[in-house]
Write a protein that binds this ligand. Structure first.
Ligand code: PAF
Length: 278
């Protein structure tokens, strides 16, 4: 496995390949990332993982400085998963000048849910992903479905810029108790970790209730969302949202739409997100 830090070296190395399959990450890898790498293997002629903690997608009060940087351990795991190339640029390599050209995704998709609570987040994500896909000349790129809205925003960006790239979603990987794997789970104390399963349990409860509804209207969706938020609050969480949306575009659903329930909530100082397709 090649570990590459500069754009020049990356271009040089990838020139020999026609179909890079790329898994962009911010490092501190877990089994969810490694599943994406294994999923990528048959989809290209070279499997590339990028590791870059992207300052542009963090608000000033967020965890950019403390986000774990674990390059050596990440590379060991990537090698074991069959990755061929790791691109781990320094910040000065990715952003030698302030990144003044940015991708602004449409508000109806990017200013709701995560984008509402993390203003500018998807501008940062789209900007770095566009740059990483261009640098790696990706023909396939894989993103986890745990970041459901991110996957949708990226899919739409690639489509609208007519980039010849297949965007593939990877299923959310979960611990035995149901907690969605996330790099941020490492911030949880032992007591919080034991409690963290409540987020996925709440989603399952909403999903079950939705399956039992014969018709959907704003009132019964609202009732289910509020009840779920209250359950989390009662258990000591600070929920940002529990939202029932349609899978196609994350807008309010109508009867018959395929649904997804999405949630974001803080447990102590840690903000976790999760979702469940219904
Ligand atoms: O999901 C992530 O890890 C990041 O948002 C991504 C897609 C690598 C962009 O920095």
């Amino acid at each position: 496995m090649e570990i590459i830090h500069t754009i020049a070296e990356l271009r040089d190395h990838l020139a020999a390949f026609r179909h890079p399959a790329v898994v962009p990450t911010m490092g501190n890898l877990h089994a969810g990332h490694l599943a994406l790498v294994r999923q990528a293997k048959p989809l290209g002629d070279v499997t590339v993982s990028t590791i870059f903690v992207n300052r542009l997608q963090f608000a000033p009060h967020e965890d950019f400085d403390t986000y774990p940087r674990t390059l050596d351990a990440d590379c060991e795991q990537l090698q074991a998963a069959g990755c061929d190339v790791v691109f781990a640029p320094k910040e000065t390599e990715m952003y030698p000048h302030p990144q003044s050209f940015k991708v602004h995704p449409p508000t109806e998709l990017a200013d709701i849910l995560e984008g509402h609570f993390r203003p500018g987040f998807f501008i940062g994500v789209c900007t770095v992903v566009l740059k990483l896909l261009s640098l790696t000349q990706a023909r396939t790129a894989l993103f986890g479905k745990k970041d459901y809205q991110q996957l949708m925003v990226i899919r739409n960006m690639v489509k609208q810029f007519a980039m010849p790239i297949d965007i593939v979603g990877g299923e959310t990987q979960r611990s035995d108790d149901g907690l969605a794997l996330s790099s941020r789970n490492g911030y949880l104390s032992e007591a919080e970790r034991a409690q963290a399963v409540q987020l996925s349990t709440t989603l399952k409860t909403v999903a079950k209730a939705l399956r039992a509804e014969s018709s959907l209207d704003a009132a019964n969706i609202n009732r289910l969302e509020s009840h779920a938020m209250q359950t989390l609050s009662n258990a000591g969480w600070r929920p940002d949202y529990v939202a029932v949306r349609r899978q196609a575009d994350l807008q309010m659903p109508h009867t018959g739409d395929a649904l997804v329930v999405l949630a974001a909530a803080r447990l102590g100082a840690t903000r976790l997100i999760d979702n469940l397709e219904v």
